[in-house]
Design a protein around this ligand. Structure first.
Ligand SMILES: [Zn+2]
Length: 674
């Protein structure tokens, strides 16, 4: 692919990357679960939308017309990539059929999709066209590229809803590929119209909002989809101001909202980082997709560190490890996951924190399927322009790159279980000796990194938080080994909370919970879903789960920054099997803890539920009391009473990687304050 002029790194085509090891295993689990069985998740995944442009969703509220197109587009984008990467032809062809049908059934003027989108919110196109661009990358078939360019030429782009501006991402991807100036002009015009419109509303993700010191409080998905556009425009035009605005916005999010598992809160607005702050699963995908752009554009390794923490922790933390059920909202501290356990204000007391194959709103079900293949796509990058002979290992994990450099065929095997081991080993196989630059990222969290070339240390020491360049004539069989000693780190959170990290892994106390199948609500459907699909019959083998704690969790950690490294005991387990299975964590970290007396789950017969509503034609959130019986994860004990509630006795508890858990404690009270 060609690329932008003002970017540090360029993307590598998905067709050149082959995952292996635990990444391939998780992708295959996706294929054999909800990605390969979309009907398991119910409406709208059991219907065809993009592949049948004459079908309009029969919904009573026209403001919701775009939903099924957004949700099914997420799934198609995930499925085309996962099907390709795993070689699962059935999954790949199912997604491809919808892409091909949508293009083949374009209007005479080449407008793709149903006619209503000519004048209606066109946000779902950004999602669907990523899938078309993925197929173009996989196949190199210009038919896909041409279809998108003709689509954008067919009719003016509306700008009547904030996320319409996400067309900028696609227009600029097409501009990068074709060099057609009118595509850049259309993108710039759309972005300018959005910013003029945003002025009225003081949006956190407009240029003015991003530049300001005002904390970000907006909707997580909207933020990630729109805030990155300033950086992408910089990549195309060199406009430093728009890049600076995007970087400032992401710095504010990191400062105010990033949680212990690496992902910012978003339930569904960003809501700080107290121990009960949660996130919408969509943002696992959307935040990392945006950060991937920022790594490429700026060459700042920090963004890659952030992506890894989300994908290694938050992503596996929201799925049943067979990928047949997932959460909509998830939290570093979640002690109960049932059809009424959602402790967030948004839809409080509903099933959004339960593990199930689908939820009342289906964005996360579709969007979660994109997270891992997008990570794979960003594992490798290369230099831009006259640095095209630079090959960059940006994100780590087992796999292989097959590419060309300086006119020579090159394979690089990445042999590692990272992040479930501390070494990343690269084996380079150029067809014949060839000079190029091989660059590896050195994570910022690692204080003692080491790099060897053919078992010899290199003269220049690697710097944490940088990209390390090795320029030489490479011989077939050359080996580069990056050693990244993991260190324990203690993080402090509001309400006196503390959590532990070990290298790129966040640590949690796994709370035992029998995998009880939810039977009370076989499927919670919205009235619209019920009308469209009739009662959902759950697909055999795709249950919704009811998880309640069956082991002790009311602990405070009896460690501090000074004592942590001396007292905590790290035990690496036998490196076999799938390292994210509940009973097969790659490591355990034993730490001293004290029980906290009278710290129990919240039991209540009434919750205040915040729900989206349209009143007088305007979107707003309204609070409604809901009666029932609700068992919820409690906040941390109040700091004043904590010392007297701590047991005198110190016990040792075993923490494991966050991704190995379903119910968990991650942010603990501080047990040193006795
Ligand atoms: Zn979502």
């Amino acid at each position: 692919m060609s690329a932008f002029r003002y970017t540090r790194y360029s993307p590598v085509s998905l067709s050149q990357i082959r995952p292996a090891g635990w990444i391939m295993e998780l992708l295959k689990r996706q294929c054999s679960s909800i990605t390969g069985h979309p009907q398991a998740s119910g409406y709208p995944f059991d219907h065809t939308f993009w592949g049948n442009p004459t079908q309009l969703p029969d919904v009573p509220d026209p403001n919701m017309l775009w939903w099924p197109y957004e949700q099914t587009a997420y799934r198609i984008d995930g499925a085309i990539k996962v099907g390709f990467l795993t070689g699962d032809d059935t999954v790949y062809r199912m997604a491809l059929a919808e892409i091909d049908q949508a293009i083949e059934q374009a209007a005479p003027d080449d407008f793709i999709g149903p006619e209503m989108f000519r004048t209606h919110d066109r946000w779902p196109y950004a999602v669907f066209f990523r899938a078309v661009l993925a197929q173009y990358a996989i196949s190199s078939d210009k038919r896909y590229l041409d279809a998108l360019v003709r689509h954008y030429h067919s009719t003016p782009h509306p700008m009547n809803f904030g996320r319409d501006v996400t067309g900028v991402e696609i227009l600029l991807a097409l501009y990068a590929e074709t060099g057609q100036a009118d595509l850049l002009e259309t993108a710039q015009d759309l972005y300018a119209r959005f910013n003029r419109q945003a002025g009225e509303f003081d949006l956190d993700y407009s240029l003015a909002g991003m530049r300001s010191d005002k904390p970000v409080t907006t909707h997580g998905v909207s933020f990630n989809e729109i805030a990155k556009l300033g950086a992408i425009l910089y990549a195309a035009t060199g406009d430093q101001d728009s890049l600076a605005a995007t970087l400032n916005a992401y710095a504010k999010v990191e400062r105010d909202h990033v949680l212990a598992d690496g992902l910012h809160s978003s339930a569904e607005g960003m809501c700080g980082h107290d121990p009960l702050a949660s996130h919408e699963t969509c943002n696992i995908t959307d935040y990392t997709w945006s950060l991937g752009h920022l790594v490429q554009i700026t060459g700042d390794a920090h963004f890659a560190d952030q992506i890894e923490r989300v994908i290694f922790n938050a992503l596996p933390g929201v799925i049943i490890k067979d990928f047949k059920a997932l959460q909509y909202f998830s939290c570093p501290n979640q002690l109960v996951a049932t059809n009424v356990s959602n402790h967030n204000a948004m839809s409080r007391g509903d099933n959004r924190m339960s593990y199930r194959p689908g939820h009342p709103v289906q964005c996360c079900t579709g969007n979660a399927q994109r997270a891992l293949p997008n990570f794979v796509e960003r594992m490798w990058m290369r230099g831009q322009g006259d640095r095209d002979d630079e090959i960059v290992a940006a994100l780590f994990g087992p796999g292989q790159l097959d590419t060309q450099v300086a006119g020579t065929q090159l394979t690089i095997q990445e042999n590692t279980r990272y992040p479930f081991e501390q070494n990343v080993s690269f084996s380079l196989h150029p067809e014949h000796p060839v000079r190029f630059t091989f660059t590896v990222r050195v994570p910022g969290w690692c204080h003692q990194p080491a790099i060897t070339l053919n078992d010899q240390p290199l003269t220049e020491r690697p710097t944490p938080g940088s990209f390390y360049r090795i320029e030489r004539e490479w011989q077939p069989g050359d080996q580069v080994v990056l050693t990244l000693p993991f260190e324990l780190a203690l993080k402090r959170w509001p309400e006196g909370g503390i959590s532990l990290e070990f290298g790129p892994l966040t640590l949690s106390l796994p709370v035992a919970a029998p995998l009880e199948i939810e039977i009370e609500d076989a499927w919670v459907q919205t009235p619209e879903e019920f009308r469209l699909s009739g009662p959902q019959q759950r697909l055999p083998g795709f249950p919704a789960y009811r998880l309640t704690p069956a082991s002790q969790w009311a602990y405070a950690l009896a460690v501090d920054e000074q004592s942590l490294a001396q007292v905590a005991k790290v035990t690496w387990n036998d490196p076999s099997g799938f390292p994210l299975d509940l009973d097969n964590p790659a490591l355990r970290v034993s730490v001293p803890a004290r029980r906290v007396k009278d710290w129990t789950l919240v039991e209540t017969d009434r919750v205040i539920r915040s729900i989206p509503s349209f009143e007088d034609g305007k979107f707003c959130m309204v609070d409604r009391p809901v009666e029932g019986h609700f068992t919820l994860t409690p906040p941390l004990p109040d700091l004043e009473s904590l010392p007297e509630r701590l047991s005198d006795e110190v016990e040792w508890i075993d923490l494991v990687p966050y991704g190995n858990t379903l119910l968990r404690m991650t942010v603990f009270p501080d047990g040193m304050k006795k």
